[in-house]
Design a protein around this ligand. Structure first.
Ligand code: GDP
Ligand code: IMO
Ligand code: MG
Length: 420
């Protein structure tokens, strides 16, 4: 049996915290896509930790954490993260497993990411510059190197061949930064990676499922950043939706039970691209400051706005979401008025669907207003204790989406969550 936790917006919905919270109910926690562009924040012994590559179940003893074939892996980031996990006193040696089919991010992928973004000028995507796009391009272009290749005696030859190919592309971009230090770090980290548990991920996970173990698949990024269904081209390069779980881990769709979608009680986006409910004035600044909305991976300020039910409805549809967890509701505690986007106005017409190429349209968000609840909800544990105004807000969202909001996260702490 496999359940999925994934983001329904443009990332940073609080997936890390929620995966860590639910991990106690599962045997295996598996990442199925993305790479070090992800930044998943958890609190362990009241200390903040941000995971980029390792699944968010690593701070539980005796849970298997699998990096699946759909991930792109930077050995340098992985090594740093393993050190951080060890510093917390947790055991990555026996609890972390990596699929041999996982593609590697090379130093030249990072260089290509940077060169490509610079060449786009004002149209840049706002990539995290972690090499994600170029690494997935080498996967679909059938050039990439995989974790299993590290164990082959010809790895260095294969590496040099691909590096030369990349160098020609970098020359075209006139990229002339010296990446020798990146390569030194890379090869050091590769030696470390070779000491970890490298497995045949698809047999490994199917054997766990067959023997009755419970698997939690942890998404990175969010549905609106999906390479097919997101706000293309302002997206990431992987399949961030529930369908990506099958190809990113090698499991059949009938194993998937619950698809748990995470949304903030409002909305944020980091990087370029359309964002119909963005607030470019004081309310946006308030959300950014109150919610500490600065990127976990790059530190960039996140763009903030009201919750967008048109986009959420779309995300529920393409993912088959069965339940919703709403995070950061506490950030709205002191607001007098809340707004919810229930349709888009495009060329004078009101629509409730996500249009093709949102970035080429003038989209005006149409809102419904709610009175704020104006009280501290950070200690609430159940629906009955929630302020009436908060119930109205949640019930409206429930009804609009036709999917139940099952949990409300009301603080960053490990146990700060209320059931509905
Ligand atoms: P992820 O990428 O989806 O895992 O999310 P991030 O970790 O990038 O960003 C979410 C941020 O919100 C982190 O700083 C979390 O500690 C914080 N957070 C998560 N849930 C809550 C919540 O319910 N309330 C508050 N105040 N902060 C939260
Ligand atoms: P988590 O898992 C928020 C955004 C980048 C950029 C676009 C493409 O923490 O939710 P990429 O590095 O993939 O080439 O960037 O996607 N982005 C994220 N935004 N959270 C993330 O991950 C993101 N990963 C990528 O800001 O706009
Ligand atoms: Mg994040």
């Amino acid at each position: 049996m496999v359940d999925v936790i994934l983001g329904l917006q443009w990332g940073d919905e609080g997936k890390g915290k929620i995966v860590d919270y639910f991990a106690k109910n599962y045997d295996v926690i598996a990442r199925f896509q993305g790479g070090p562009n992800a930044g998943h924040t958890l609190y362990v012994n009241d200390k903040k930790v941000v995971l980029h590559q390792i699944p968010s179940g690593i701070f539980h003893s005796n849970k298997i954490n699998l990096i699946g074939n759909g991930v792109v892996l930077d050995p340098v980031t992985l090594k740093k993260e393993c050190d951080a996990v060890a510093a917390f006193g947790y055991d990555y040696k026996s609890n972390l497993f990596i699929s041999e089919r996982t593609h590697l991010i090379l130093p030249t992928h990072r260089a290509l990411d940077k060169a490509s973004e610079v060449s786009k000028g004002n149209d840049k995507i706002g990539s995290t510059l972690k090499g994600i796009g170029p690494a997935y391009m080498d996967k679909t272009g059938r050039n990439g190197l995989r974790v299993g290749d590290l164990l082959d005696k010809n790895f260095t030859t294969q590496y040099i061949k691909l590096r030369l190919k990349h160098q020609r592309l970098l020359d075209n971009f006139n990229f002339n930064e010296d990446i020798t230090p990146w390569e030194e770090e890379f090869f050091e980290a590769v030696e470390f990676l070779k000491t970890l548990n490298i497995v045949n991920g698809e047999y490994f996970i199917n054997e766990k499922i067959r023997s009755g173990k419970k698997v939690l698949a942890e998404g990175a990024q969010g549905s609106m950043l999906d390479v097919d269904f997101g706000t293309f081209p302002f997206v990431t390069s992987s399949s961030t939706i529930s369908a990506g779980v099958c190809s990113g881990l090698g499991i059949a769709p009938q194993h998937i039970k619950e698809v748990i979608g995470i949304t903030k009680a409002y909305c944020t986006r980091v990087g370029g691209g359309p964002f119909p409910t963005e607030l470019l004035e004081a309310t946006g600044d308030f959300l950014r400051n109150a919610g500490n909305e600065f990127g976990s991976t790059t530190g960039r300020p996140r763009r903030c706005g009201w919750i967008d039910l048109v986009a959420l409805n779309f995300a529920c549809m393409i993912n088959g979401v069965t339940q919703i967890v709403m995070t950061k509701a506490d950030i709205l505690d002191s607001m007098e008025e809340l707004k919810v986007c229930k349709s888009y106005k495009v060329d004078g017409n009101e629509i409730t669907t996500v249009p093709f190429q949102m970035n080429r349209l003038q989209i005006e968000a149409v809102y419904q207003s709610f009175a704020g609840w104006n009280s501290d909800i950070s200690k609430i544990k159940d629906y009955a204790s929630m302020p009436e105004k908060m119930k109205e807000y949640i019930n409206f969202i429930n009804n609009y989406l036709g999917v139940p909001v099952k949990y409300i996260s009301n603080g960053p702490g490990r146990e700060q969550i209320a059931s509905c």
